[in-house]
Design a protein around this ligand. Structure first.
Ligand code: HEM
Length: 398
């Protein structure tokens, strides 16, 4: 999806005219599309009846076939988002402690220091930068690598691999001529983390990589594929999404200067405002669930085995749920958005993401005297994790 107007226009149309839509597309196996908040929350929370494993996200059929040949599953990976009970609960437990609010709170000083480092970087760059390429793509990446315990030199490799993985539909980001380049991307992730695992087994440290490398499930060491998948989901889900909220959030604040002024004056809004930016950007565009039995939804007959796409940005702009959904309102009740999903797969990193977004803007806003777009922002062409690719800006910092 090229830009946000096209995407939200399409969702408005679906929500009003065909909220449970059957979609057939030449490149994808058919699926149902849900666009209303209530339906998405309802199906998304019934994890025993609507499974994640059979088809987790929409992937072109040709790529699914290549993944099945190589890995035995059309998903390619077997990460938390691809699992169902009972395995999902057992594996989620491995890192649960790390992501609890009290553990995340202990990272506040580090996240604040890195926020300052990135705003200082903007100052060092003078009066213009590409806010996405120079700042918002880099800041959450540095945080997740620091939590994993990986060195700064790994940043470029991780950034490229993650963009190649999530930017699968964007010719400027994908590896090779088409999405099949994704196989090579998975191999590269594999090579990188195999080394990290070996090292942390030999010399344990106080970091998340050590937890993952030495984790036991049911009293046995985690198997290699599970371990690899865990590294990949943590390293990738942890930054592209948050980057998209900081980049898209900055764009939204520039387009709603009165909201930016309000936030600048009211530091108490930090958490609320960050959550409104999550709703506004909703970088995870969809997840897929598979029905385990027949059901009827808004007059449509969904059969056991059918796949159902849950479109989170559509839910987060549903006028039945949000008053004036297309208005950025940093004082809005922050609990209603479902940008982090809902149910037992609800984002493990949500407290970390909220801390990152709030610390970053808390550092930037008081120092930002002025900012303007220098050129039009560009969007990544992606149907899974979407966001901005580039946003050149001119600014004045104090
Ligand atoms: C799961 C969104 C940041 C790690 C999810 C899911 C969503 C989501 C929608 C649910 C998937 C499903 O229903 O199957 C977001 C957004 C973020 C963000 C919008 C930023 C604004 C992070 C961060 C991390 C993270 C910082 C840190 C490592 C994960 C993991 C899962 C997950 C490991 C899988 C949980 C499971 O399936 O049990 N995220 N995420 N995310 N997220 Fe996030």
């Amino acid at each position: 999806m090229g830009n946000e107007q096209t995407m939200y226009g399409l969702f408005d149309h679906l929500r009003a005219n065909d909220p449970v839509a059957w979609v057939e597309h030449p490149e994808y196996r058919p699926f149902w599309s849900l666009s209303r908040h209530d339906d998405i929350k309802n199906i998304g929370s019934r994890n025993d009846e609507f499974l994640s494993a059979p088809r987790t996200v929409l992937i072109p059929e040709a790529f699914e076939q290549a993944l099945t040949e190589k890995f035995g599953t059309p998903n390619g990976l077997d990460t938390l988002i691809h699992m169902d009970r009972p395995k999902h609960l057992k594996l989620r437990k491995v890192t649960r402690e790390w992501f609890l609010p009290r553990s995340i709170e202990s990272l506040t000083a580090e996240v604040q220091a890195l926020s300052k480092e990135f705003v200082d970087k903007m100052e060092d760059m003078g009066d213009e930068c590409d806010f996405v390429k120079d700042i918002s793509l880099r800041f959450p990446l540095r945080i997740i690598l620091s939590i994993l315990g990986l060195p700064r030199e790994a940043e470029d490799t991780m950034l490229t691999l993650t963009q190649e993985m999530f930017g699968g539909q964007d010719p400027s980001l994908q590896r090779g001529d088409n999405e099949l380049g994704g196989l090579a991307v998975l191999n590269d992730f594999n090579d990188f983390f195999t080394e990290v695992i070996a090292e942390r087994k030999k010399t344990p440290q106080d970091d998340l990589a050590t937890v993952l490398a030495n984790a036991q499930v049911d009293g046995e060491p985690m198997n290699v594929l599970d371990q690899m998948s865990y590294f990949i989901i943590t390293a990738s889900a942890g930054h592209d999404t948050t980057s998209a909220v900081i980049g898209g959030g900055m764009k939204a604040l520039l387009e709603h200067p009165e909201q930016m002024a309000l936030w600048r004056q009211r530091p108490d809004l930090d958490i609320n405002a960050s959550k409104e930016l999550m709703r506004w950007v909703s970088p995870v565009r969809h997840m897929v669930r598979t029905a385990t039995s027949d059901l009827e939804l808004r007059g449509k007959h969904i059969k056991a085995g059918d796949n159902i796409a849950l479109w989170y940005p559509a839910a987060n702009r549903d006028p039945e749920h949000f008053d004036q959904p297309n208005r950025l309102d940093l004082q809005r009740d922050p609990k209603q958005h479902i940008a982090f999903g809902y149910g037992s797969h609800m984002c493990l990193g949500q407290h970390l993401a909220t801390l990152e977004v709030s610390c970053f803007f808390r550092e930037l806003l008081p120092r930002l005297k002025d900012m303007k777009f220098k050129d039009d922002p560009e969007w990544i062409k992606a149907i899974f994790v979407g966001g901005l690719k580039s946003m050149p800006v001119k600014y004045q910092l104090s």
